[in-house]
Design a protein around this ligand. Structure first.
Ligand SMILES: Cc1ncc(COP(=O)(O)O)c(C=O)c1O
Length: 380
């Protein structure tokens, strides 16, 4: 059955203002403490992932009854937080991740920023955090990148990674929703997420821990889900694996996702499957894009329950040919080995994984036609 657009996809597909229309909502506070030319050159010549940050950050505050106010682009630097701030105790926070790309002509673009804006609000809803107007989200991105333009790298696999987040900053002890929040966007010039580039990763299928459960926060992008994934990841590292594949908490037998990426499998007949959104899985923008462009290419994509025993049998019999993971940070990454308590299978990287990577990055970098209107121009 063809993909049914999700509520997030439908909302994200609505018309949004252009960058020029929202520019200036965040007032710029210029400063003289920018990184020196030598520091700048060092960062840009040695791009890691999420290690170095730019000269500016976006910041706004929410209080009752003012709502979101004090919208500024200010010098990048430490936040001043009272130790009683409730995010530090109860984890009331949400975040997003998106990238700005420099095209061959020097112009700067982002990819489906409205999807991130809408998903941030979805996550906020689950965490009892006030919504941020989509125009404010877009403006924070536009105004920040325009001040930090020099930090958008050029070259294959590079980008300016943007991390918008909201934290509860009211100082009190007691379990209730806060009455004050900070919205912040920081930016980090980045190379590939995995240091070894387009290399397959080894994945451990965890049957002991879960990152999320029914009625929990699995489909919200909030720190607690990632905190829950750290110990399993450390244990997987000890056994020589790069990432953890989590199974559903209810039956402990169906594939949910990796700690920070969605999963796809490719069948021998060329069709593709991905775990359906159950409420425990983050509805990835990359997942959504891949489903849409593959269907547009007449490749059958099924959102299904993927039983781990069925997957293992399929890999052994050859019915399943490829497994890959996807997300904004890591783009598209082949899974080259998948192992659990009683199986250990090596999977060759196949043509579909490479095709999906090429197709997605070609659209993002303006090398292929933007046939879904996903690119958003920040500056010439
Ligand atoms: C748990 C999890 N799943 C999937 C994804 C992929 O989402 P997206 O493609 O929107 O980056 C991410 C990354 O944001 C994630 O953290």
């Amino acid at each position: 059955m063809a993909h049914q657009q999700t509520e997030l996809e439908l909302q994200a597909a609505q018309m949004i203002p252009t960058a020029d229309e929202v520019a200036g909502i965040f007032a710029v506070q210029t400063h003289d403490h920018k990184k020196s030319d030598a520091q700048y050159a060092h960062v840009m010549d040695n791009l890691g992932f999420g290690i170095d940050f730019t000269d500016y950050m976006a910041h706004a505050t929410w209080t009752e009854p003012e709502g979101w106010h004090n919208k500024v682009i200010e010098p990048y630097g430490p936040l001043s937080l009272d130790p009683g701030s409730s995010v530090l105790h109860y984890g009331q926070e949400v975040f997003e991740g998106l990238k700005a790309y420099r095209h061959a002509d020097g112009s700067i673009w982002t990819f489906r920023p409205s999807y991130n804006a809408v998903r941030l609000n979805y996550s906020s809803g689950r965490l009892a955090i006030p919504e941020l107007p989509v125009d404010d989200f877009l403006a924070s991105i536009v105004d920040l990148i325009r001040m930090d333009q020099r930090w958008v790298p050029e070259g294959e696999g590079t980008s300016l990674y943007l991390r918008p987040f909201i934290i509860a900053s009211e100082s009190f002890l007691g379990v209730r929703a806060a009455s004050r929040y900070e919205y912040v966007v920081i930016a980090s010039p980045s190379g590939p997420y995995f240091a070894h580039g387009f290399q397959p990763i080894d994945v451990w299928v965890d049957q002991k821990y879960h990152r999320a459960g029914p009625g929990g926060m699995g489909d919200a992008k909030t720190g607690g889900n990632y905190a829950a994934s750290l110990l399993p990841k450390i244990e997987a590292h000890h056994h020589g694996f790069d990432e953890v594949m989590f199974l559903d908490a209810q039956t402990n037998s169906n594939v949910d996702e990796l700690g920070g990426m969605n999963v796809f499998i490719v069948m021998a007949d060329g069709s593709v499957k991905t775990p359906k959104l159950t409420g425990n899985i983050l509805p990835g923008g990359t997942r959504s894009s891949i489903i849409q462009f593959l269907e547009d290419e007449r490749i059958a994509v099924e959102e299904a329950t993927i039983n781990i025993d069925w997957l293992v049998d399929g890999l052994r019999s050859g019915e399943v040919k490829e497994v890959f993971a996807c997300g904004t940070a890591a783009v598209v990454t082949a899974i080259g080995r998948i192992a659990g308590e009683n199986f250990d299978i090596t999977i060759p990287t196949g043509d579909m994984t490479r095709h999906v990577y090429d197709e997605l990055t070609s659209i993002q970098l303006g090398k292929a036609e933007d046939r879904f209107g996903w690119l958003y121009k920040i500056s010439e």
